[in-house]
Design a protein around this ligand. Sequence first.
Ligand SMILES: NC(=O)c1ccc[n+]([C@@H]2O[C@H](COP(=O)([O-])OP(=O)(O)OC[C@H]3O[C@@H](n4cnc5c(N)ncnc54)[C@H](O)[C@@H]3O)[C@@H](O)[C@H]2O)c1
Ligand SMILES: CC(C)[C@H](C(=O)O)[C@@H](O)C(=O)O
Ligand SMILES: [Mg+2]
Length: 346
Amino acid sequence: MKKEYQLTVLPGEGIGTEVVDAAVLVLQELAKIYQFSLDINYGLIGKSAYQQLGNYFPELTAKLCQNSDGILFGAVSQGGLLELRKRFDFYLNVRPVRPLLSLLDKSSLKAEKLIGVDLLFVRELVSGIYFGAAGRGKDEQGDYGYHTMKYYDWEIKRIARFALQKAQQRKKLLTVAHKQNALPHLPWSALVKAEAHNFPDVKIEPMLVDTLAMQLVINPQHFDVILAGNLFGDILSDLGGALVGSIGLLGSASINANGFGMYEPVHGTAPDLAGKGIANPLGTFNAVGLMLQQWGENQAAQKLIQTQENLLAKGYRTADLYSQTESEILVNTKTFTNLFIQEMYQ
Ligand SMILES: NC(=O)c1ccc[n+]([C@@H]2O[C@H](COP(=O)([O-])OP(=O)(O)OC[C@H]3O[C@@H](n4cnc5c(N)ncnc54)[C@H](O)[C@@H]3O)[C@@H](O)[C@H]2O)c1
Ligand SMILES: CC(C)[C@H](C(=O)O)[C@@H](O)C(=O)O
Ligand SMILES: [Mg+2]
């Protein structure tokens, strides 16, 4: 029987709308090739939602999401995103980082440091300092502001179990980002170890987050799965963008305990590019790939990975990856997307 998926699309703003338009075209083509059908509904979030409905994350949008099999999200500059993540308890955030062979020269690192790099950032997404008690106040020393980083042990343990499972399916190394020298009441490594009894073959490597940032640049080949809290995971995963050559390449999946998820590029609205039609859509294609995997459409997901390798090998580049060499052909988002679709049929 032909499968039908209900998809909620929230383009947001800035280049979010441009890369999501491109990704929907590719997804519709994949649906034809792999014979599944899509019922796509668009919703408002962020600035446009505020302008039209007076709320950054309107209830209408929440209902649309709730009745779907997945959410494809672009980017917003302010408001809406954290509420959306919290509303559906999307606590598991995965951000894979794998340099592509044709783009080894685009990295900030030498190619020999990148061969074989295959990282999976697992980021806690609905707690920590993003959601702790916060505010502004005034006392005898002056005006002040505060955001507090609070984690329940169970919040750390539930993401730890997921990260352990992922590591077990991969190279069996789990690096745990922590900052216990300054934040001793958040014992990430001890809590992860407490969950490790079912994963005896996984090596747990606790690492202070500042050292980890340095080691990711010095020796990225060392790492496999990297577990981090909300704030540290945000910062470290952008570093992943520098490793592969552009933040525009990375996709991200945020999943809840029921397997329901939202899928988005790691980058933001890129105000410097917005409206020019030149953004790299591959991060959003990769987000779609993560959605297809979650839906069990593994052949379609594989097609996305293979097609980008093939197209990049032919020299096609969006501006973020173009270095004016003879072997490269500069194309805008629309042309890149059309070529991508043609390449899927090769
Ligand atoms: N998930 C999200 O919605 C999300 C994520 C990150 C940032 N933001 C928001 O986006 C706004 C801009 O933030 P920023 O500039 O720090 O980060 P950004 O990710 O938007 O851009 C950082 C740099 O990367 C480049 N870049 C990003 N995506 C690209 C793509 N697809 N192709 C080519 N180049 C790309 C941009 O041109 C810019 O130079 C802020 O308001 C921020 O809050 C939103
Ligand atoms: C826009 C911002 C709040 C968001 C985050 O920090 O989670 C973004 O940087 C991300 O990486 O998804
Ligand atoms: Mg970020």
